[in-house]
Write a protein that binds this ligand. Structure first.
Ligand SMILES: *[C@@H]1O[C@H](CO)[C@@H](O)[C@H](O)[C@H]1NC(C)=O
Ligand SMILES: *[C@@H]1O[C@H](CO)[C@@H](O)[C@H](O)[C@H]1NC(C)=O
Ligand SMILES: *[C@@H]1O[C@H](CO)[C@@H](O)[C@H](O)[C@H]1NC(C)=O
Ligand SMILES: *[C@@H]1O[C@H](CO)[C@@H](O)[C@H](O)[C@H]1NC(C)=O
Length: 361
C-alpha cells in the first residue's frame, strides 16, 4: 500500500511501468533503490559485475579510494558513465562518482588541495586560502572526471593531536574559523561544478586521538548546548550558502539520542539537521561497514536502519561489489514489505535527483 502512494513522486518513465502495489515488479523497485546506494571495488580495474549492475540501474554512485587511482582513472570513470546511460535509471543525470579529497594528507587523487584544512585555517587569509582549496579540490576531481567530493570536514577540533587535528583535517578550534573556511570551501567547489559534502554532522571535534568510528563505537558526552553552540555552527553557515550534501558521523551523542549513532538516528537526521537547521539537500552515511556500528547487525541491516531514520544515500565502501548489492537487495525487500515507507523513500529519491541535476556526465 505504502509503495503505491509513492508513485506520484516518481519520474514519468517509472510511473508508466507502475501497477498496483501487489504487482510492483521487483526490478522497478530496484531501479529506484539504485539511486540510493554508493558502491566501491578493489584495485585498479573494476570488476565486470559492477558494470552489469550499473547497466541494470542498481548503482547510484561509486566511491574511489587510493587503490582505485591509476593513470587511466578518467577512462574508467567515462566507462561507468557511458554504461549508466544504457540503464533504466539514467534519467538524464550521471552516477555520482566521489572520493575524499580534503587536502594535505587526506587526498585520494593527484592534484590539490596541497594544504591541509589546518594549514588553511592557520594561513594569513584563511577565507582566501579556503576558496583556493575548494577550487583545487574541484580541479583535482574534474581532471579524473569525478563529480562529488566527500569534503570539507566541518568538525571544530578541541585538543592538539585529537582525532581531527592529528592529520590536520579540521580548519580550527573555533566555530567562527571553521565556519569561515568551510563555507568558502563549499562555495568555491560547488561554483566550480563539484558537489560538496560537509562532514561529520553534528561534529566529531570532541573525539579524542583514538576515538575512530571506523574502528569501534565512539560516544561523545558533549552537552546539547555545546553541540549546538560550537559544533553545529559551521554546518548552519554552510547550509545557508546552499550546501549540497551532509555526511553524518557514526558517533553516539547521548545528549540527543542515547541509542542510535547520528547516522542511524531519526532525532539527528530529521529532528536536528532537517527540522531545526532547515537542511533540504542530500544526507549520506559514512562507511556502512564501520566498526562503530558493530551492535547494529550486517551491513545490509544497518542500511535499512539508516534509511528508516532518514538517510538518503548509503556508502558501501568496503571495496566489495557484493556489499553494495546486499544493500540494494535489503532496501528492495524493506520497501516491498513496508519496513521502509515508500513515500519517505521517494522524497529521498527526489532530493538525490535534484543534486545530480547540478552535475553533468
Ligand atoms: C587501467 O590500468 C590498469 C593498470 O595498468 C589495467 O589493469 C586496466 O586494464 C586499465 N583499464 C583500462 C580501462 O584501460
Ligand atoms: C585554540 O588553539 C589555540 C592555539 O593552540 C589556543 O590558544 C586557544 O585557546 C584555542 N581556543 C579554543 C577555543 O580552544
Ligand atoms: C560518557 O558517558 C557514559 C555514560 O554516562 C560513560 O559510561 C562514559 O564513560 C562516558 N565517556 C567519556 C569518554 O567520558
Ligand atoms: C563482501 O560483502 C559480502 C556481503 O556483505 C560479504 O558476504 C563478503 O564476505 C564480502 N567479501 C569480502 C572479501 O569482504
Amino acid at each position: 500500500m505504502k509503495w503505491s502512494t509513492a508513485s506520484k513522486f516518481l519520474l514519468p518513465f517509472l510511473i508508466s511501468t507502475a501497477h498496483s502495489a501487489s504487482s510492483v515488479p521487483s526490478d522497478y523497485v530496484s531501479v529506484q533503490v539504485g539511486y540510493h546506494v554508493v558502491f566501491s571495488y578493489p584495485g585498479l580495474q573494476p570488476p565486470t559485475h559492477l558494470f552489469d549492475l550499473i547497466k541494470e540501474g542498481k548503482v547510484g554512485g561509486i566511491i574511489l579510494f587510493g587503490e582505485n587511482v591509476g593513470n587511466n582513472l578518467s577512462t574508467i570513470v567515462d566507462q561507468f558513465q557511458s554504461t549508466y546511460k544504457e540503464s533504466p535509471s539514467y534519467a538524464g543525470t550521471p552516477l555520482l562518482i566521489m572520493t575524499d579529497q580534503e587536502g594535505g594528507e587526506v587526498r585520494r587523487l593527484p592534484g590539490g588541495p596541497d594544504m591541509s584544512a589546518k594549514q588553511v585555517g592557520q594561513s594569513s587569509d584563511p577565507q582566501d586560502a579556503a576558496t583556493q582549496a575548494g577550487n583545487a579540490a574541484a580541479g583535482a576531481l574534474q581532471a579524473d572526471h569525478l563529480n562529488a567530493n566527500l569534503a570539507p570536514v566541518l568538525d571544530v577540533y578541541r585538543q592538539a593531536g585529537d582525532f581531527d587535528d592529528q592529520f590536520g583535517r579540521s580548519f580550527g578550534n573555533t566555530s567562527s574559523l571553521v565556519s569561515t573556511c568551510g563555507s568558502a570551501f563549499v562555495s568555491a567547489q560547488q561554483s566550480a561544478g563539484v558537489i560538496a559534502t560537509a562532514k561529520h554532522f553534528p561534529g566529531l571535534g570532541a573525539a579524542g586521538t583514538n576515538q575512530d568510528t571506523d574502528e569501534e563505537p565512539v560516544t561523545l558526552n558533549v552537552t546539547l548546548n555545546e553541540l549546538r553552540s560550537v559544533d553545529e555552527v559551521p554546518f548552519t553557515k554552510a547550509i545557508a550558502t546552499g550546501l549540497d550534501m551532509v555526511m553524518h558521523s557514526w558517533a553516539l551523542y547521548p545528549a540527543l539520542d542515547s541509542t542510535y549513532p547520528s547516522g542511524l538516528s531519526q532525532k539527528w537526521i530529521q529532528g536536528e539537521l532537517r527540522a531545526r537547521l532547515g537542511f533540504t539537500g542530500v544526507t549520506i552515511t559514512d562507511a556502512i561497514e564501520a566498526g562503530a556500528l558493530e551492535a547494529f547487525g550486517t551491513d545490509a541491516e544497518r542500511a535499512v536502519l539508516a534509511s528508516q531514520a532518514g538517510m538518503d544515500m548509503i556508502l558501501a565502501s568496503a571495496r566489495n561489489v557484493t556489499q553494495g548489492e546486499s544493500v540494494v537487495d535489503a532496501l528492495v525487500s524493506a520497501l516491498n514489505d513496508g519496513t521502509l515507507s515508500g513515500d519517505s523513500f521517494s522524497e529521498a529519491t527526489n532530493r538525490i535527483l535534484a543534486v545530480r541535476k547540478k552535475v553533468t556526465a
